[in-house]
Design a binder for this molecule. Sequence first.
Ligand SMILES: [Zn+2]
Ligand SMILES: [Zn+2]
Length: 331
Amino acid sequence: MRAIVLDSPGQPLRAAELPDPVPGPGDLLLRVRACGVCRTDLHLRDGELPAGHTPLVLGHQIVGEVLAAGAEVAGTRGVQLGARVGVPWLGWTCGECRYCTSGRENLCARAQFTGCDRDGGYAELTVADARFCFPLPGPLSDEQLAPLLCAGLIGYRALQMTGDAQRLGLYGFGSAAHLICQVAVHEGREVFAFTREGDRAGQRFARGLGATWAGTSTQRPPEELDAALIFAPVGALVPLALRAVARGGSVICAGIHMSDIPSFPYADLWGERTLRSVANLTRQDGEAFLALAPRVPLRTQVTSYPLDAAEQALADLRAGAFEGAAVLQIA
Ligand SMILES: [Zn+2]
Ligand SMILES: [Zn+2]
């Protein structure tokens, strides 16, 4: 199969011919139709996060078509040849640790992640553990669906952690924020979007998706926020966001990697403000979010690239060269 591989962090991705993957007894063999490009892929590419192995096939927002099923799963759980399924970041968990047995499989210390520990979707074919795949029925196109599988559903997990916060700040208005903005507006919340300095296009994009206000991250919003989600990998946003939320409010860091957080006065946290991170996803998050998506209904803003242009897609993500999400269109 044709694939794009990461040989060593900091080096450009390389096109390669790899042997077709062989599904294990509990796996599905999938033809990859589309794979979303996530900032985590960029962190792995740039060596800010450790790759599970090399050469590694990145990509964990996979929309695939079932070509074959392992002996244990063939014919079960609605697994049909030709069915469209989604493969997210959480690729496997142990199922027996104290996290797995208490509804917190996202924190399993032995978890394996797609496109990091297991080869992912920057390829024509992939295999995935059937228990961690989501059925993807409905009218949305492959490219519309792919970004929902990480940007959407981890963003949704982060949104859930804000409880019923009415005034919601979104710091970094990229793939995740443009989806979560729509969910938040659908739920009747007010969205305040924060972009990089001078990103007028990003601010217009946010207002077009229903944000009440859009400005730069160093600006104070016109009203105190009840909660803020930080999607940009910039630690300096943490004290800014804490200063923008009201007493009792929360700041949720939704990315897997962030530059160091500068020190800040305790007064910024005082008043029962909460600061926390969101790690990974549970399958329950995915099921809830994918059921909600058509009810919003979510519209994904997509920039498509062919598989061979994966390195370019990552460069464009690094440069903030597009609004919304980048997707590799493969089959
Ligand atoms: Zn576990
Ligand atoms: Zn991701």
